[in-house]
Design a protein around this ligand. Sequence first.
Ligand code: ACM
Ligand code: ZN
Length: 554
Amino acid sequence: MKFIHLTALIILLLGTNARISANAEGLLSIIPAPASIIRQTGNFTFSAKTKIIVSPLNSETKLSADLLALLVKNPTGQNIAVIQGEKPGNGTVFMVLDSSIKNDEGYILSVNAKGITIKAKTAVGLFYAIQTIRQLLPVEIEKSTVIKGIQLSVPACEIADEPRFAYRGMHLDVGRHLFPVASIKQYIDMLALHKMNTFHWHLTEDQGWRIEIKKYPKLTQIGAYRKETVAGAQKKTNNTFDGKPYGGFYTQAEVREIVAYAGSKFITVLPEIEMPGHAIAALTSYPELSCTGGPFEVRKLWGVDEDVFCAGNEEVFTFLQDVLTEVMDLFPSKYIHIGGDECPKKRWEKCPKCQKRIKDEGLKNELELQSYFIRRIEKFVSSKGRNIIGWDEILEGGLAPGATVMSWRGEAGGIEAAKSGHNVIMTPGKYTYFCYYQSENHDGQPLALGGYVPLELVYGYNPTPKELTAEEQKHILGLQGCLWTEQIQTPEILEFMAYPRTFAIAETGWTPDSQKNFENFVSRLKVLTKRYDAIGINYFKGEYRDTKAQKEKK
Ligand code: ACM
Ligand code: ZN
């Protein structure tokens, strides 16, 4: 309740414009913009005597205290003490868990010359407050190079903050191309810096199976490698290939390392195991799981393959349940993503086993067979206390109970799911697919999958469709940007395609819709680019506006 009162008071005192976080000089350039912020005069300056007092100090709250201590130590070389304590002292950073704060991820941050106080309901809120402080401290904190005489000051302010949506995610396809563990960790770092909380890891594809599964070693011995890859932009016919074998995978040890790393930044890793389609790498390894028996080869072209898991073969369900058992052991996520998109029905139409299944189960057609497939998997996953997420095709033939829908072919699937009481994550390709170009002019840019998804378009996307009532809108858990990597071969290109569009998703996921403003966002972004430079990430620096929409308006 306290939180609401404070926010209301700030709104009353300042009016809407003053609550927007950045001023023209970018003094308080925070992305995502906090729900409410008041800039006050003065600063708090860290000194060798500054202590971080935490109440209570435990393994979770310590993560945030240690992070702040590390950021201060980076350019100063000073070790700041982190101690348990019940009240602030003079010149301290006081971090306290406060059950009167309503939102699990919310926090109140007060900075004045005497010290910093952070209140949060949970350790997550404390962590987000530290991300806010991080963005307010000089960029030198991002590097561990000691600078003699450097002063670390945070502008005095009063921030009351909480997210608009509970799900704020970024996806990464490692099936088409995979990236080093260090690069995945940096991707996670950038999500954390912008208060995002889910990393959707797309681990299996036609072009490569990327996660070690102990019970089925051929998945990575065979399925993780393709002979070569289509060169350049794929054409309908007459493609040329690069002649270079490509592949690799993440060992279970690496997966555990990434999950733990993300966990230390309060980020959930949502694993995706694709079924019944996008399964050629698995079928190359175990062709008996297909309708025809194969043989197959790990796909060298992009697109959709007609061969998929056989829905009439019991062995397929045994296999997938075994795989999911290992996956659930590796990933503590409440949700498990089972894909479900782009599954052609051509093989099922001809397959005696699939047709027998349709008959035995009293199904009408292959769409209902797909629904049977997903429902069976959903039942298994929910028997283990988890819930499935699937792409919006899982609506076809009837949605499995308890399934959450990721709406990618526009918003229609999400609207249908929300209307029927299912939870939804919005990822409409037109606004949230970062495999597409971000400017109309492609000069000097890496090849992309075509399309045009400029920053302004991403920023302007509102994930709560007007077609839904306020009650139905509650089923929209949030939104996500997606990074499909057919044309993304290196970490540098990955970063170029991801940033700054990811930060627009972060702001839509966090900041109240009424306070979003693109010009203001860009002015904060321009300040933050110095931080991104210090961190050492690559990002798109061209035209951020939607020039096509502007021309169409004229
Ligand atoms: C998808 O883009 N096929 C989910
Ligand atoms: Zn079949």
